[in-house]
Ligand binder design. Sequence first.
Ligand SMILES: [Zn+2]
Ligand SMILES: [Zn+2]
Length: 271
Amino acid sequence: MRNGSLPRTWQVSGPQCGDNPQFQVQEYNRDLYIFRESGCANYEKPFLYLLFGKEKAFLLDTGAGKTEVARTVRSQIHEWLGRNNRESIPLIVAHTHAHNDHISGDAQLKALPHTTVVEPKTSAVQAFFGFRNWPAEVVTYDLGSRVLDMIPIPGHEASSIAIYDRQTGILFTGDSLYPGRLYVEDPSAFALSIQRLVDFSQGKIVTHLLGNHIEQTRTAYLDYPMGTIYQPDEHELQLGRAHLLELNDALRRMNGKVVRMAFRDFTIWPE
Ligand SMILES: [Zn+2]
Ligand SMILES: [Zn+2]
């Protein structure tokens, strides 16, 4: 298992918005980069992930609002190419799900050379990754000596997927599990998806669960109000598999009737 580093705290945007950068770039390791969008660019402050295999680079999500995301991604790829004595590498752009705060940079990315953007639609995701039995089936996608497991988890949104990176043991959970408000669009699909994610991860090394947002404070059970830009005491990004078990246990107890319920590190929030 290849490890890496996460910051103790992410840079915060504010209290005043000046000329701070649109993205904080965290090198988890030499082949995985985390971009955190600034609250000054968009209050959603989403996280984006850039993974490198031997044959392909893979960008998960393109952010919220208007930013220069393509420039940020391109300069990181450029740096990687230089370090690896390579001329170019194809870039695949996919999404945790289709909500606006994770696809806003798609048009910019499409304009980059050697780049394929998977349309944020269930049918396009199925076709690109080769799902034939959605959502029950887990398929693999190989970046070149780096295999990703793609796990359909509809419920927060119909095209939601989780991704397990076998190289680092990270499980990317999108908006379906992160330290914040877990908005549930389709309760029964969501409960089934979380159960499948538990089953999938059973017996596997899961180093971190990395989601798309932080809305929780460092105070147990307390989240920031919706739309907060400046979060000086925010919860850390990473969760563990225990949080997944806690979420699954709660959904099972709710037995089909999903209600709003706060937990130490997240809140279940039916829409
Ligand atoms: Zn979402
Ligand atoms: Zn989101």
